[in-house]
Ligand binder design. Structure first.
Ligand code: ADE
Ligand code: ZN
Length: 335
């Protein structure tokens, strides 16, 4: 039988490259941290909060996501948040993670940049020691805010440059094209950061062109709308630009009406370097393995498709060439 079983998927070595750490904040932890800090929540229970996770589009999700993050206030909170995510994905044999964080969501509430990054970093170091899991951190600028605000955030990041591999761009896409952030991405690349950007999630293929040409990104986050533009698709294939696709996110935010309608298989069959990721697992109903399992079933993916997705996750990562080779070797042994 060639179809992937849950057990086989679980054991398969894989990497996650599109994960917002604030999006791994489970309702139970929202309540725990709210109690710790004396924050009054507008929900009576964990179940009531979870029920509110019913979204019509990206913005309806972001409104709740930014509100949830308000309970994260000290270094221990960011440590606990990251530790819980890493523990969960370790159980799914995730061997390498690249984690987004949104400093502006916190610094705009008076939480110092260093509180956020020190908490996250400590958990990543523990995961390296305890699980042999490798990791990178990607600082995302919030695109609904100004380029000047992003530049201020970049300045705050410079003392922690060695802990951050890349800058990214997230939040409300439509109306906030990559071109708005050309200046701060130029600065970031001149400081040695790599670049990625969310593009073509809800926004048009033109935003993917801009991310490539103006921001000089190495990967496109989401990018599922690329197939609307044949020339763009040809370029992404020719240049092997990875797409970090998030199927359950796309379903919950109504980018696709049904998982059966998702274009992941088409992306793969077209020769694109597509990967599977969870985006904001606490909000979208599943961590990485669940994304693989539900998508494989809905699209009738073969084991060969899934192995290609796992291999792509390593090839698309910012891990060293040696680490990539080691992980691909592990994959070959388990597949
Ligand atoms: N921030 C967290 N998740 C996001 C997504 N899917 N798109 C844009 N910004 C985000
Ligand atoms: Zn995202």
């Amino acid at each position: 039988m060639n179809s992937p079983t849950r057990e086989w998927l679980s054991k398969l070595p894989k990497a996650e490259l599109h994960l917002h750490i604030e999006g791994s904040l489970e309702p139970e932890m929202v309540f725990e941290k709210a109690a710790k800090h004396g924050v009054k929540l507008p929900y009576s229970s964990v179940e009531a909060l979870r029920k509110a996770y019913d979204f019509s589009d990206l913005q309806s999700f972001l409104d709740i996501y930014y509100r949830g993050a308000d309970v994260l206030r000290d270094e221990e909170d960011f440590f606990d948040l990251t530790k819980a995510y890493l523990k969960k994905v370790h159980s799914e044999n995730v061997r390498h993670v690249e984690i987004f964080f949104d400093p502006q969501t916190h610094t705009d509430r008076g939480i110092p940049f260093e509180v956020v990054i020190r908490g996250i970093r400590a958990a990543l170091e523990n995961a390296s020691k305890d699980y042999g899991m490798s990791s990178e951190l990607i600082l995302c600028f919030l695109r609904h805010l100004s380029c000047e605000a992003a530049e201020k955030t970049l300045k705050q990041a410079l003392p922690f440059k060695d802990w951050i591999i890349a800058v990214g761009l997230d939040s409300s896409e439509v109306g906030h094209p990559p071109s708005k952030f050309k200046r701060v991405f130029d600065q970031a690349r001149s400081e040695g950061f790599l670049a990625v950007a969310h593009a073509g999630e809800e926004g048009p293929p033109e935003y993917i062109w801009e991310a490539l040409d103006l921001l000089q990104v190495k990967r496109i986050d989401h990018g599922v709308r690329c197939l609307e533009d044949e020339k763009l698709t040809e370029r992404l294939v020719a240049e092997k630009i990875p797409l970090t696709v998030c199927p359950l996110s796309n379903l919950k935010l109504k980018v696709f009406e049904r998982l059966e309608d998702h274009n992941l298989k088409k992306l793969l069959d077209r020769g694109l370097r597509a990967t599977v990721n969870s985006d904001d697992p606490a909000y979208f109903g599943g961590y990485l393995e669940e994304n693989f399992a539900q998508t494989a079933e809905a699209l009738k993916l073969s084991r060969e498709h899934v192995v290609r997705l796992a291999e792509n996750s390593f090839l698309a990562s910012f891990a060293s060439e040696q680490r990539k080779a080691d992980l691909i070797q592990e994959l070959r042994e388990k597949a």
